[in-house]
Ligand binder design. Structure first.
Ligand SMILES: N[C@@H](CCC(=O)N[C@@H](CS)C(=O)NCC(=O)O)C(=O)O
Length: 227
């Protein structure tokens, strides 16, 4: 079966997970600031049990054409596919954040590098480590204390890096709230679900709360809506 169609310029394929919500929150931020992009959110199943049975499943052949990695989130913009959360955030910034409200100008070499550094830190560090902690704590068929400890400790260490970064600044970059914050926030907000309490990291806790209070972010948490 073919990909679902839409007459909107941007289609978001997602689910309300730590990776999914960063893209929906950012799309809502862009809409608040610029009134664009107009987009449609399509909810995909990430359940293995739905493979081959449910058309809107991440391993469906039509979706693998959009994201060969078979994971949410992904977008298409006028038919052009983009996958990986941070690549999506950067792409949407170049297309829609024309005043560099949420993202740095590639020509401002150091500011842009700072943005990439924190995006990569969150994308390559917090996401995978916390994802593995979640797997060993909640999903693994057997309880493996070594795996639980290794990934929980590493996640806490990374939160410690954020804590020191936020000691003298409100947001991760010098120039205020933006895509690096959104990317890291998506995971850090759910640390407590893995018993990684944010009270240990007061600056991080305050930063999460500030981001969470943004109306666009609140809307993003529920996009795509449940069926
Ligand atoms: N590195 C990817 C990670 C995406 C990811 O792991 N997505 C999860 C949900 S949060 C998923 O689609 N899992 C389905 C599967 O593994 O089959 C990104 O940043 O976009």
């Amino acid at each position: 079966m073919a990909a679902p169609t839409s007459n909107k310029p941007v289609i978001l394929y997602s689910e309300t997970t730590p990776n999914g919500i960063v893209v929906s929150a950012y799309l809502e931020e862009l809409k608040d600031k610029y009134g664009a992009p107009d987009y449609e959110a399509i909810k995909l199943s990430i359940r293995d049990a739905d493979i081959g049975k449910v058309h809107l499943q991440v391993k469906s052949p039509w979706f693998l054409e959009i994201n060969p990695n078979g994971r949410i989130p992904a977008i298409t913009h006028n038919g052009f596919p983009v996958f990986e959360t941070s690549a999506i955030l950067l792409y949407l910034s170049q297309q829609f954040d024309k005043d560099h409200v949420f993202s740095r100008d590639v020509n401002d070499v150091q500011a842009y590098s700072q943005e990439l550094q924190w995006l990569f830190f969150a994308h390559g560090g917090i996401g995978p480590m916390q994802g593995q902690a979640g797997h060993f704590i909640r999903a693994a068929p057997e309880k493996i204390p070594y795996g639980i400890k290794r990934y929980s400790d590493e996640t806490k260490r990374l939160y410690g890096v954020l804590e020191s970064r936020l000691k003298n600044r409100e947001y991760l970059l010098d120039n205020g709230f933006g895509i690096a914050d959104i990317k890291a926030w998506g995971w850090v907000r759910s640390g407590p679900r893995l018993s990684i309490e944010l009270d240990e990291f007061p600056k991080v806790k305050a930063w999460v709360e500030k981001i969470e209070n943004r109306p666009a972010v609140q809307r993003g948490l529920n996009i795509p809506a449940s069926n």
